[in-house]
Write a protein that binds this ligand. Structure first.
Ligand code: NAP
Length: 500
């Protein structure tokens, strides 16, 4: 690999040799008890490049026995790890943060190859992911408790925080690095050991992160990684194992529901970061230029494959046509292509299935009266490309409004009053993110308070921030990641009634 090219950030237009080198550099085996080893039966799982559909490489395909071995390692390491001084845990995270930043170009190329997003977006994700490590390196040394005189003066109340214990962390493919550091960061900071299972489509970023953490001094067994094509089969015995104390999952609401049901058996502590169906509301008093700009970010970040992606554009009647036309102009101008090519803004979707689901959304919206103003079709060729699409006059009953799109389609409907906008916005089982554009201060507070969503972007198209609590209401999840709240998910509260 051309090291100096990486160090100088020259992966703007990587060669085939650069691509091969970053893939070859990744460990492809399971990380269990500090050792890289193949899956028990030697099976391997192919990793594909979504821009071509071709196989990039193979990684180990774990079976349930491997997962149990990973939990054995996590359970064995737990006691010692909990005793590791907070400053040492903090330093390990800090070193990993520095490594991610130093190697951002190379890690971004790896991510683009397995996930498809443009290089600039992959690099932004590496930085975002690294920031969780920095944030939690700072949180590790600030875990504290409480001391109080009992109200009757007869005793003392002491409250202490301790690590929850071994965790199972399951991550999705859309943010292969950041969804990992958002869980691994607080688990390390709190003193928990873990078994991590990344998505089958994007195991490489997680394997690269695991190597960085173990090279940075993380003791053997604290972080164990199992890659597998049989997610349900390998995680089930862990969820049923009394040594496991917590599960943190990011993924679809459908799988989340199944995991919550499974975890009920041993009343496992869970954090669930699930799907979204974000409304993007533009009132008639909004700055329209800013709203269109925000819409582009909220819709097109990550090719629309984000849980926080704007899923339903709700625009005041008097400006709806103008907004739709301006958005269509911007969407038509986007450059679609392989994420490694210079100037590309929209990469391929993750699978052929994802691309085909875009077709179905557009067909359904069209049958219900929606008008396609931009895009509306897949692109020919081997990759899973779909054109950036704008649909106006969408019937709120259309599938594209009711379901999570997870792709580059912007459906627009209009509303005639604030009450109507709020009623449509809240009429979903999801409650992750919402966006509001208005210049009326009173309306800001009224609307923000009435929205049943865990996060609101107020006159801005992005909510993600490692220093803020990320998470959803209703069927978008349970718990929060990031912010001061993030570490609490990995801490147990113990109260001591002291007779002194
Ligand atoms: P997914 O199909 O639910 O998969 C997520 C993870 O769960 C993957 O690692 C998957 O493994 C694993 N999995 C699937 N079935 C399982 C089972 N029965 N038992 C245990 N694990 C299982 O979701 P995805 O398609 O990867 O990700 C997209 C979804 O994630 C969207 O709904 C999006 O909104 C959501 N998301 C939410 C947030 C948030 O913070 N709220 C952030 C990002 C994404 P395999 O890959 O092997 O199937």
């Amino acid at each position: 690999m051309n090291r100096s090219a990486i160090e100088q950030g020259r992966f703007l237009s990587p060669s085939t040799e650069d691509e091969r080198a970053v893939v070859e550099a990744v460990e492809k085996e399971l990380l269990i008890a500090g050792r890289w080893r193949p899956a028990t039966d030697g099976h391997q799982l192919p990793v594909h490049d979504p821009s071509t559909g071709e196989v990039l490489c193979h990684v180990a395909d774990a079976v349930p026995a491997d997962a149990v071995a990973a939990l054995d390692a996590a359970a064995a390491a737990q006691l010692g790890w909990a005793k590791c001084p907070p400053r040492e845990r903090s330093d390990i995270l800090r070193r990993a943060f520095e490594q991610l930043i130093a190697r951002a170009d190379e890690l971004a190329l790896l991510m683009t190859l397995e996930m498809g997003k443009p290089l600039a977006e992959s690099k932004a994700e590496i930085v975002y992911a690294a920031e969780f490590l920095r944030w939690f390196s700072e949180e590790a040394v600030r875990i504290d408790g409480r001391y109080a005189v009992a109200p009757n003066g007869q005793g003392r109340l002491m409250v202490m925080k301790q690590p929850v214990g071994p965790c199972l962390l399951i991550t999705p493919w859309n943010f292969p690095m950041a969804m990992g550091t958002r869980k691994i960061g607080p688990a390390i900071a709190a003193g928990c050991t873990m078994v991590v299972k990344p998505a089958r489509e994007t195991p490489l970023s997680m394997l690269a992160l695991a190597k960085i953490l173990s090279d940075g001094g993380l003791p053997d067994g604290v972080l164990n990684v199992i890659t597998s094509s049989t997610a349900g089969e390998v995680t089930a015995p862990l969820i049923a194992d009394p040594r496991l104390r917590k599960m943190s999952f990011t993924g679809s609401t459908e799988v989340g529901r199944t995991l919550i049901a499974q975890s009920a058996h041993q009343v496992l502590r869970v954090s669930m970061e699930l799907g979204g169906n974000a409304p993007f509301i533009v009132f008639d008093d909004a700055d329209l230029d800013a709203a269109v700009e925000g819409a582009m970010i909220a819709k097109m970040r990550n090719i629309g494959e984000a849980c926080t992606a704007a899923n339903r554009f709700l625009v005041a009647e008097s400006i709806a046509a103008d907004f739709a036309e301006r958005l269509a102009v911007r969407m038509r101008a986007l450059k679609v292509g392989r994420g490694t090519e210079p100037g590309v803004q929209v990469g391929p979707l993750i699978t052929a299935k994802a691309r085909d689901s875009m077709r179905a959304f557009v067909d359904d919206a069209g049958q219900r009266g929606g008008r396609v103003l931009a895009g509306g079709d897949a692109l020919d060729g081997g990759g899973y490309y779909y054109q950036p699409t704008v649909i106006a006059d969408v019937d709120p009953g259309a599938r594209v409004f009711r379901e999570e799109i997870f792709g580059p389609i912007a459906p627009i409907a209009s509303f005639s009053s604030e009450q109507e906008a709020l009623a449509i916005a809240n009429s979903t089982e999801y409650g992750l993110a919402a966006y509001v554009y208005t210049s009326d201060m009173r309306r800001c507070f009224r609307v923000v308070e009435a929205l049943e969503f865990g996060m609101v972007g107020l006159n801005q198209g992005i909510v993600s921030n490692p220093a803020a609590p990320f998470g959803g209401m209703k069927q978008s999840g349970v718990g929060r990641e990031g912010g001061r709240e993030g570490i609490e998910e990995y801490l147990e509260t113990k109260y001591v009634a002291a007779n002194v």
